[in-house]
Design a protein around this ligand. Structure first.
Ligand code: GLN
Length: 280
């Protein structure tokens, strides 16, 4: 075994206590240290020497720091996005919203898209990537998050179609600042119960304001769902990400506000998404 291959084997062992994917993590960190893609690392492995910074990166991961924070990027819907501790790291589960949007709008694409709690911009930018003629706005209550979203739009060449606004839906008149109606509204709001103890890589590194939403994890839905009436086009669709055990409680809020609801599961088979349409 070459030097790098041996180092990877040891690194994977070192990460076993902190990660479900220790080997993958080790490969991603070594590729990052070398400034190459993981695929290239695997091809060249027998000939590689261990990069000097690898040990430090490994120690950071061993202290639960997420890979995305160490590398500064995360792939979402095939797009490479910048991330930082100021934004929630985009999750594969959230791609369910984009799949659903693509399915719903395949014959008549949306023109005007709104992303509530945009964070890194992941949902908005993935939607704009699919719907080439659409434009959209992402709002967030964190200026630091919006800076990341902005940079992502720039890097993906979408700044002419993606706008970002610093708005907090817990304050009055945030809706007036938005130029609706919107054909498609996306939201991955905070929905974690404040009494839940999250894994150390989440609790210790990701922004709590993007995660926690009161005792039941429903505080943000209780604000967002009533606001949809003023934001959603007549034939518009709102796609809300939910926690795996929140389909019934969020559906109740939505039907109480006059919406027809459909629930979809993520790839893990968990309830993950509610589609809301106005009652005819
Ligand atoms: N899915 C995230 C988690 O499990 C929560 C995301 C959110 O609150 N919007 O950590």
């Amino acid at each position: 075994m070459g030097e790098a291959a041996l180092a990877l084997r040891d690194a994977a062992r070192r990460l076993e206590p902190v990660s479900d994917t220790p080997r993958l993590d080790a490969e991603l960190l070594m590729a990052h240290a070398l400034g190459i893609e993981r695929e290239q690392l695997l091809l060249d492995l027998p000939r590689l020497t261990v990069p000097e910074s690898f040990g430090d990166l490994l120690e950071r991961r061993a202290k639960h720091e997420p890979i995305a924070h160490i590398t500064g990027t995360r792939e979402f819907w095939g797009l490479e996005l910048l991330v930082s501790p100021d934004v929630l790291i985009p999750r594969p589960d959230s791609e369910t919203l984009i799949e659903q949007a693509v399915e719903i709008f395949q014959n008549s694409p949306p023109h005007n898209i709104l992303d509530l709690g945009t964070g890194s911009g992941a949902l908005l930018l993935a939607a704009l990537h699919e719907f080439h003629d659409a434009k959209g706005v992402g709002i967030d209550s964190s200026a630091a998050a919006l800076q990341i979203a902005h940079n992502n739009a720039d890097r993906l060449d979408m700044s002419d179609r993606a706008w970002f606004a610093l708005l907090d839906w817990t304050r009055p008149d945030w809706i007036d600042r938005l130029d609706g109606p919107f054909d498609l509204i996306l939201a991955n709001p905070p929905y974690v119960s404040s009494s839940l103890v999250l894994a150390p890589e989440v609790a210790g590194f990701e922004p709590h304001q993007a995660l926690f939403a009161g005792e039941e994890g429903l505080d943000d839905y209780r604000v967002i769902i009533p606001a949809l009436d003023r934001l959603l086009a007549d034939k518009g669709v709102a796609l809300l990400e939910i926690g795996f055990d929140q389909a019934a409680s969020v559906s109740e809020i939505a039907s109480g506000n006059g919406y027809v609801i459909e629930c979809k599961q993520d790839l893990g088979g968990n309830d993950r998404l509610l589609t809301l349409r106005r009652q005819k």
